[in-house]
Each structure stands twice: as structure tokens, then as C-alpha cells.
Design a protein around this ligand. Sequence first.
Ligand code: 0PR
Length: 392
Amino acid sequence: MLNEQGLSEEQVLSRLNSLLENDATYRSGHPVASMSTIPHSIGSEVFYKTMEKNAGRLHTFKGSAQVECEVIAMIGELLNLENPVGSTTSGGTESNILAMLCARESNKKIQEPEIIAPRTVHSSVDKAAWLLGIKLVKTPIDKEFKAKPKAIQKKINENTIGIFTTAGTTYLGQIDPIDKIGKIAQDNRLHLHVDAAFGGFVIPFLRDLGISHHQFAFEVEGVTSVSSDPHKMGLAPIPAGSLIFRSKKFLKKITKKIPYLQGASATQSTILGTRPAGAILATWAVMKRLGKEGYRQMVLQCIENTQIALNRLEDNPLLKPAIKPVMNIIGIKSNELPLEYIVENMEKRGWRMATSPKPHTMRLVLMPHVTVGALNAFFNDLDQVSTTIPAD
Ligand code: 0PR
């Protein structure tokens, strides 16, 4: 209820604090299944100081417009594109919707458009298809939960307008064989979108660190667009996403004139109108502050913690990883006890769990806030819970 008279600042804050008591806090090392984390301190500071700025009005905020261009240039560089064009977004969902809109607008003559995607794509791809009136054709995956290029090839018909793939899947952090799918997209002149919402700020640094080499972005010729979220492994505050296109002609397909606004505000290439410039400015600040080396070290620490988690998992004969982790995400399978029983009891002990139906796993995301202490506490509980026989 909205009170008639305003409360004192003290009263407001104390009521809010008690309402938020049930929220998990990243500072405690929890949660261990989230793709969000504590933003880098410079990001929080910039965000806090620039909250009045509106990136839907870039004519008014010309400096912010310039910063957005620089953010696109920096992310484009990580994705191996020399002259990137694109837009910052509110996150992976908006980016996937816009990428699908681009594919649809590039194929206006097709009456009943179809997009092909392996069944591991994030649910925002289903949402995008639903919103845009596109049929989403799901294809099977291999034993390692990667897209099968041949299965995609088989589904191509005269209504196909694009292919959606993932670099860093939501449940397992798996990377689809983008190079092979790129060839198929090129041969059939189809829009190929790579959802690197999570992997975009991980895979380039795995390559630098010599841990693994994946061709996942614009180094694959057939790739048309890539999304990558600063508000996941980029350490920027929410809401910070991005969508990068290979060339301007694709960006134009999702650009709309706003007739009553001037200059840089006269067109928009996002779903949102008014949107926080603060998140873009904070992304810029975090990327500049960390540099490539800062991200490399952060990714290295996450990978080392992934190994610590895997070692603990190996000690428990009742649990095992669904695949050998490709990045800092582990999908844990239960060999004997029902997963629901384990999850329910872990929740009772205060852990916030995330499960996936296929493969039937619980997810561990080794984000930068997940400390070794929190990991050990998690596995101590998991060992107890998974070895306790449920009473009939
Ligand atoms: N693409 C992929 C591969 C994703 O994993 C996600 C989000 C998206 C797109 C959508 O991104 P936005 O949520 O930024 O629009 N995956 C996260 C997940 O399922 C969403 C999330 C984040 C859920 C933090 C819980 C949480 O605590 O884990």
C-alpha cells in the first residue's frame, strides 16, 4: 500500500532491509549456481553516479553515445571482428530477440519463416520465436551435448531463415561446433547467430591462457551475429548485454526511425526506448580497468576453482560431471539418489540450486564470487546429502 505521508529515510531503509533479508548475497560466496556476480567496484561506482542518463536519448547524452561505440569496439575485438557494428542491450534475451528479428527482416518474402537450433539453446530463443511469429525447429545433439551439424543441415528447407547456436550453453557451458555450422550457413546463405551471452567473456581468455582453442565468433566466416553479456562474466552491473553484427547492413535491419527525436536519438536498434546509459558507462569502465590481462586472471581463477570442484566431485562415488567441463560450469549427475531429493535437501541447508531436465543435472557455475571456502562448504553439504538414504 502507498502510504499517505512519506516515511523518514531511516524507516524506509530499515523496512527495505528487513524485506531483503531473504535475498542471497554474493559476498557470502553463494550462490553457486548463478551466472551473475558482484560487479567490479568501478562499475558499481560509475553506475551509481550516472543513473540519470538515458541511452534512449543519445542526442542529449552525446558523450554516452561515444562511450557506447567504444564498448562495441572493445567487445568486437574480443569476438575477432575488425570493424564491429552493433548495440548494447539489456542482456542475452534482448540480444537473441534482436538477432532473430534481423534474420526475419532480411527474409521478408518468406511467409512462414523457420529458424533451426539445437535443443540446447537458451529459453530466450523460444521466447524470441514466440514473439516474432517464427517456427523454431529444434535439432538433436551429440553425446557431449553439442549441436550436430548434419542434423541442422537436414532441416534446411525453403522457409529456413537462420540458425541459432550457443558458445557456453546454459546448463553445461558447452560450445557448439560453430566452424562446421558456419560452413552450412554460408553454403545456404543463412543468418548464423552465436549466443555467447556467457562464453563471450570466457572463451577468448581460455585461448590466451592456452587452455583451449575454440573458433566461436567472427573468425568463422559464416557467422552473422554474436551476443555477449558484460553482466555475466564481463563483471558489469545488470543490465548489460551486447549484440554485434558482421556488417552495417544487418544492423540496419533492426534499426527504426524515431520521428520526433533528433541526431543520434533519431534511430534506435534496441527493443527498449529509455534504457540506462549507466550500465553502458559502467561496462566501459570495468573493461578499461581490467584490460585483457585482468579478464585473463579472473578467468584463470574461475578455471582453477572449477578444477577444485571437480576434485571434490571425484571423491564422491555417487555423483559425476555430465561432461568434462569446457569452461567454469559443471553439470552434476547423481548416480543413485534422485536428483530432486538432493536438491531439496541442499535448498533446506540454504543453497540456491539450479537444475536442468536434459541432461538431468544440477548446475555449478564457478563465478568470481564463488570462493574456495564456499565451494568446500557446498561439497561438505553435498557429500552428506547425497550419501544419506532417504527414509521411505
Ligand atoms: N543465453 C544464454 C546462453 C543464457 O545462459 C542466458 C541466461 C541468456 C541467453 C539470457 O540472458 P539474460 O538473462 O541476460 O537475458 N542465463 C542465465 C541462467 O539461466 C540467467 C540467469 C542469471 C538465471 C542469473 C539465474 C541467475 O541467478 O542461468
